[in-house]
Design a protein around this ligand. Sequence first.
Ligand SMILES: [Zn+2]
Length: 420
Amino acid sequence: MLSSPETQLSSEDVDAVVQAAGHAASSSSKDQSQIRQPQDALAEIESIEQLIHDSESDPADTISIPEHPAVSLIGDDSRVQTSPCIACHSTSARRLYSIEGVSEELVECESCGLGSLFPMPAAERIQSFYPAEYYGEPTAKFEPLVEYGVRLGAKMRVESLVGDLPSGSKVLDIGCGRGVMLRALLDLGHEAHGVEIAPEAASGADPRAQIRIAPELAKAGYEENSFDAVIMWHVLEHLPHPEQTLAEIRRILRPGGRLILAVPNFGSLQSQRTANDWFHLDLPRHLYHFTPETLQRLLACNEFHYESVRHLAMLQNSFGWLQSILNRVSGTPRNSLYSLLHRGGEHPVVQSLSRWQRAKLKFGYWLGLPIATAVSLFEAAAGQGGTITVTATLGRATTPNAVVTSCERASEQAVAASPA
Ligand SMILES: [Zn+2]
């Protein structure tokens, strides 16, 4: 994604001001038979002033957003009215966390527990959440040892998720990035397809993979019923309209095709225990925060049959514990260890660390990793993984389950409640 950290006036803001000003000018030059009431003119001037004020006054829109801003508990048990929840259609949410330098907050649906940013930012603003350093080097993202672990993990993961499909199956990786999973798919003999939002994000991918660049899945131009499997690896939570992406996947996946989704588990032990210090919150880039239940509900609403959920993801889950605990106790800026493990000392957060802080983080890493690994095994056994991988197939369940029924009921209620 292209970075625009110093977002100024958006083009829509400018257009709106110009249009309003033009409208006021043309109104005032109409013939005398259409004399306007003073209160109308006043209201119009006020609306123009408001537009200019709105465009200029939000400091969060005009300053650079840190890559890992501090996250704080709101803690006053207050509620907000939201647009209907994408999983259950409720319109009431609890305010949970505020984010440094960002006007949006993390709220939790009062009915189903789905977390989301509120208000949901527009596409242009979401782009400003991704600084250039977010993607790292195209060919290697982490220190060599960690990078080796990432590649080995991708290979094992792909084998376990789509290794049973016949060789030559068409598999699409949405948000394929630099193609770590595409390479593993190719090695398995599958036809590997990827889609990314910007060419920079996909640079360094294996040239045998077929990659399309599109601002959203629906604009990538894939044919109906064309894929045997679709993978979204830690992507769904970044999308402002996951329900629309699921609808498009439903169109391009063949009937009975497989959908694999990995997301952080907002209901996990590490999320609950470390709260605002939880590494996998990744605010403000994570726009939605799913639990296994909310994801199951969302899938059922989109005609996917939920097959299984895995709670074991050693790298993500053990690192989640480690960084979350360090966020709480180390006195270093949020996610410093993660930044430190990124390649290159150029990272602004790494540059701000003292030698002592760096040593402390590295010591914490090597000492804490075996403990975090053991805890991750325990949480997986307890069905509480810090991240989860869900497998679903396209098509309604043969026997409607409670989730499908409640989804239909919620949809009917929402339709009945909406104005004609
Ligand atoms: Zn909800």
